[in-house]
Design a protein around this ligand. Structure first.
Ligand code: HEC
Length: 193
């Protein structure tokens, strides 16, 4: 969607208020050029605006959606499909956590974890449920190799064959997903059992 479409959407006040309409309206506000830190990272808006994120990050956004396949799971305004997937974390070092299976008893969810949001991701290292990766570069390398094979791995995870330049650009894009709001977030002291 381009910013003009957002503007038209915004002016049409008779539409019922839906989450998508709110996002589109906010996107139109962002396109108006006023400071709006909450939405600086909105890819719907950024895609057409060459001055807001660097060319490398823009290329990273295209990779994120296409060749690198990240939106197969990190989709929607919060970059998550709200579903559970097994990438293979823990299947290489004998520290398998059965994940979602422990809650549902569903064999298809052995080793599956919920797709986390990527908002503010550059500020929340380390990564994955066992905290094994210290940098976004390591995360991208992991996906590039097709995760860690195991009998229950999600078939959406495949080797990506990204070049070094593409890996770099993808990380540049991930770094743009920041905004206000994270300052108030405190690390949890206990976890759901
Ligand atoms: C098959 C679904 C799927 C695909 C495709 C996918 N992810 Fe993920 N992602 C997940 C899940 C599930 C986790 C949590 C895994 C865990 O902790 O075991 C995760 C975790 C992450 C994390 C760590 C988040 C954190 O807070 O620790 C990052 C960063 C990330 N993914 C980026 C990407 C990028 C970049 C791509 C594309 C190259 C991608 N993901 C593709 C499902 C997916």
């Amino acid at each position: 969607m381009d910013s003009n479409a957002c503007g038209a959407q915004c002016r049409n006040m008779r539409k019922p208020v839906t989450l998508n309409l709110l996002i589109e309206s906010a996107t139109a506000f962002n396109a108006s050029g006023r400071a709006n830190p909450f939405l600086q990272d909105n890819p719907i808006c950024l895609a057409g605006k060459s001055k807001v994120i660097s060319p490398a990050a823009q290329n990273g956004l295209v990779l994120f959606r296409e060749k690198a396949r990240c939106t197969k799971c990190h989709s929607g305004f919060n970059f998550t499909d709200e579903k559970f997937h097994n990438l293979g974390i823990g299947w290489d070092d004998n520290r398998v956590d059965l994940g979602r299976y422990m809650v549902t008893g569903n064999a298809e969810e052995i080793g599956a974890f919920k797709t986390p949001t990527l908002r503010g991701i550059s500020r929340s290292a380390p990564y994955m449920h066992d905290g094994r990766f210290k940098t976004l570069e390591e995360v991208v390398n992991f996906y590039n190799k097709g995760g860690i094979k195991n009998p229950h791995q999600d078939n959406l995870i495949i080797p990506l064959e990204l070049t070094d330049q593409e890996k770099h650009d993808l990380v540049e894009f991930l770094r743009t997903l920041k905004g206000e709001g994270w300052q108030q977030v405190k690390a949890p002291t206990s976890f759901p059992k």
